[in-house]
Design a protein around this ligand. Structure first.
Ligand SMILES: *Cc1c(COP(=O)(O)O)cnc(C)c1O
Length: 224
């Protein structure tokens, strides 16, 4: 292993204020890298492929908290429903319903975040603010008793322009306040603002992130 995972992890943790959690994004990294982070105290790991989880979950201790961070196809939900703690990037009612259905079959409740699409990049995924408002106004989500909407997630544009990154994250933070006020005022669990990756987590901390998702800075470059 040619990356000092423990040292990098401590560096990130040292930058996080109280109340901000770190999701160590371990996708495409081998089990030994996760074990090194686990030995250094890390418990929350983020992965984006069901096939990789299939290998890594049995290999790591049982107290690891797994987040699914990437785009999730509805037909994959059933495989991760027995153990996944949080699905971070819900971008359709269809997916939300499938998570509810599979969680119910496992007698569980699965925490989810709604993914926002605010960045300028033409990615395919995530709700525009208006689409997210429409989902919430529709109210169907209220009948889904096995999913718990815990907050919002977004990826800022991949740019060196820090002002633009901060502007996008602040739009997300303001939108969080709106959604909290209109739909989750009494729900303590609606409290997560998942933004900030290796390149921009320090900016995210200034933009009220509660959950940063850092991969490359901890584990080194991914080999795809
Ligand atoms: C891969 C990924 C990350 C981590 O990105 P790094 O640049 O390696 O820190 C964070 N969030 C999501 C959604 C990702 O897919």
């Amino acid at each position: 292993m040619n990356t000092d995972v423990a040292k990098n992890l401590q560096e990130v943790l040292g930058n996080l204020p109280h109340g901000v959690s770190l999701v160590a994004i371990s996708k495409f990294h081998p089990v030994e890298y996760l074990e090194a982070a686990y030995a250094a105290g890390q418990r929350i790991f983020g992965e984006s492929h069901e096939q990789e989880l299939r290998v890594k979950v049995p290999a790591l201790p049982k107290d690891v908290v797994w987040h699914f961070i990437g785009h999730l196809q509805t037909n994959k939900v059933k495989y991760i429903a027995p153990y996944i703690s949080m699905i971070e990037a819900v971008d359709s009612l269809k997916l939300l319903k499938e998570i509810d259905k599979q969680a119910a079959r496992c007698n569980r409740t699965i925490d989810v975040l709604l993914e926002l699409h605010i960045a300028e990049e033409a990615t395919k995924y995530g709700y525009t603010l208006d689409a997210c408002r429409e989902l919430l106004r529709g109210g169907e989500w209220r009948e889904l008793n096995h999913v718990r909407i815990c907050g919002l997630m977004m990826m800022a544009s991949n740019t060196d322009d820090e002002n633009q990154v901060a502007q996008e994250m602040n739009v997300a933070a303001d939108f969080f306040d709106e959604v909290k006020r209109d739909y989750f005022a009494d729900a303590d669990y609606f409290c997560q603002r998942s933004w900030g990756m290796s390149q921009d987590y320090q900016i995210a901390l200034k933009c009220r992130s509660t959950m940063v998702r850092v991969g490359t800075f901890i584990f080194g470059p991914r080999v795809y």
